[in-house]
Design a binder for this molecule. Structure first.
Ligand code: AMP
Length: 303
């Protein structure tokens, strides 16, 4: 595996494979690798000829300077892990390579960037993510890029910008990798003290409680959330949000039907954690009948 520092080095390294028609896969990361990151790299390794992993702690997506300063950095260890799963190129650019002096452009995906994480971390968070991901996609020009379901809002924002800007890349979303007690792996988990680490497992239990309530027939979001909120309260965790939202737009649902996401954020001690679970509910016979009736009316109006 080669570590590349500049755009010129990156383009030179990828020019041969690109001209030979090989499939280039990109896994964008901020380092501090754990099994979640490695699962994305393994998937890219299985599906692509050349695997590029970018490692760049992007300052523009951090609203809080202390959060940025506390971000774990260990490039040497990351390089060992990436090489072990067969990554070809670690692209670890310096700040000036990504944001040269005079950099003045920002990519902003309207609407969905302001909700949930955007509302709590600051609206500029997703502008920072969108801008750096657009840059990385242009720098590497992969055919496929891999992201984790754990950061579900990020995947939705990125899919939208790829579609809106006609970027020639396929976005693949990989499942969340979890610790044995269900806690979603995150580089932030290392900051949890042992007692906090135990309490942090309540986040996933809360999501499972919401899923279970829906499986038992709850279709009202408030009713479905109750068990999840109880699970968090028992663990002494106050959520910033626990919401049921439409899986494509992230807007709150009035009734749980079709593809719905249960999304959750909470700070445990001083560490902010997020998680989500997808909930699939087949539309009720009533909703199907209504839909068919509407279709029939539209058809008879047209015919
Ligand atoms: P980060 O380094 O935190 O920016 O994450 C890089 C990529 O790894 C993002 O696409 C994340 O969604 C993904 N990722 C982080 N944690 C996990 C996890 N537990 N399971 C799967 N993917 C993850």
């Amino acid at each position: 595996m080669r570590t590349l520092r500049t755009l010129a080095e990156l383009r030179a390294a990828l020019s041969g494979p690109r001209h030979a028609g090989q499939v280039i896969g990109l896994v964008p990361t901020m380092g501090a690798f754990h099994d979640g990151h490695l699962s994305l790299m393994r998937r890219a390794r299985e599906e692509c000829d050349e695997v590029v992993v970018s490692l760049f702690v992007n300052p523009t997506q951090f609203e809080d300077p202390t959060d940025l300063a506390a971000y774990r950095r260990d490039e040497h260890h990351d390089a060992v892990l990436a090489a072990a799963v067969g990554v070809d190129h670690l692209f670890a650019p310096a700040h000036e390579q990504v944001y040269p002096t005079g950099f003045a452009t920002s990519v902003s995906v309207g609407g969905m960037s302001e909700r949930l994480e955007g509302a709590h971390r600051g609206a500029r968070h997703f502008d920072g993510v969108s801008t750096v991901v657009t840059k990385l996609l242009n720098m590497v020009a992969p055919q496929v890029a891999y992201f984790g379901q754990k950061d579900v809002q990020q995947t939705i924002v990125i899919k939208r910008l790829v579609r809106d800007l006609d970027l020639p890349v396929r976005i693949e979303v990989c499942p969340t990798v979890r610790e044995p007690d269900g806690l979603a792996m995150s580089s932030r988990n290392a900051r949890l003290f042992p007692a906090e680490r135990t309490r942090a497992a309540s986040l996933h239990r809360a999501l499972l409680a919401v899923q279970a309530a829906v499986a038992a027939g709850a279709c009202d979001p408030a009713a479905a959330r109750t068990g999840g909120l109880e699970e968090l309260t028992r663990a002494g965790v106050t959520p910033e949000y626990l919401e049921l939202v439409a899986a494509d737009t992230l807007t709150p649902v009035e009734r749980i039907e079709g593809h719905v996401l249960a999304v959750l954020a909470a700070t445990v001690g001083t560490t902010r954690l997020i998680d989500n679970e997808m909930i699939h509910v087949r539309p009720s016979a009533h909703a199907v009948a209504n839909h068919q009736r509407r279709e029939a009316l539209t058809c008879s109006a047209r015919c």
